[in-house]
Write a protein that binds this ligand. Structure first.
Ligand SMILES: [Zn+2]
Ligand SMILES: [Zn+2]
Length: 153
C-alpha cells in the first residue's frame, strides 16, 4: 500500500495494530522475547552467583568450622566476632545475599569470617553456644575488626 507521507504510514500502522489479530500476534511476539531473554539472563545471574559463592566457600575451607558439615546447601558465612547482623546492616547488605559474597572477595577475604552450617550458626546465634562444643562466640568486636566498606559495583 503506497503512503503519501511518513505520517500516513504511521497512522496506518497505528490503526492496523488496533485490529484484534494484530494485537494478539504482537503480544505473543513480545512475550516470547521477554521469556527467552529473561530465562537466559536469569541463568547467567544464577551461574555467576554460584561461582562467587564457591570461591568464597573454598577460601574459608568449604566446611563448617564446628561440625565439619560440607554440603554446600547447609553452609553459611559467620562473623567470628558475632557482629554479623550489625555489620551487614551498617553496610546495607542482606544477610548471606550475593552482594555479601562479592563484598568478601572485594575486601580480600577478611580473616574474621568463617564457615558454619545453619545448625551451628543458629545455635550459636540464638543460644550463644553450639552443643557440638567446638566453637564459641568470639569476643565482642573491638574498635577495628572489619575493613572499611566499599559498595560493590
Ligand atoms: Zn555445623
Ligand atoms: Zn556445631
Amino acid at each position: 500500500m503506497p503512503f503519501r507521507s511518513v505520517e500516513d504510514r504511521k497512522e496506518y500502522m497505528k490503526r492496523y495494530m488496533q485490529l484484534p489479530h494484530a494485537k494478539e500476534a504482537n503480544k505473543k511476539r513480545s512475550l516470547n522475547n521477554y521469556y527467552k531473554d529473561k530465562e537466559s539472563w536469569k541463568e547467567r545471574v544464577k551461574r555467576r552467583k554460584k561461582e562467587i559463592r564457591q570461591i568464597v566457600m573454598k577460601h574459608y575451607g568449604g566446611k563448617c568450622k564446628c561440625c565439619g558439615e560440607s554440603k554446600d546447601e547447609f553452609l553459611t558465612i559467620d562473623h567470628i566476632n558475632g557482629d554479623g547482623a550489625e555489620h551487614k546492616r551498617k553496610i546495607g547488605l542482606k544477610r548471606c545475599g550475593n552482594r555479601f559474597y562479592q563484598w568478601i572477595v572485594k575486601n580480600n577475604f577478611p580473616s574474621d569470617l568463617r564457615i558454619l552450617c545453619w545448625n551451628c550458626n543458629c545455635s550459636l546465634g540464638f543460644r550463644g553456644y553450639c552443643p557440638h562444643g567446638n566453637i564459641k562466640k568470639g569476643e565482642k568486636a573491638t574498635n577495628k575488626s572489619l575493613p572499611l566498606f566499599e559498595m560493590p559495583v
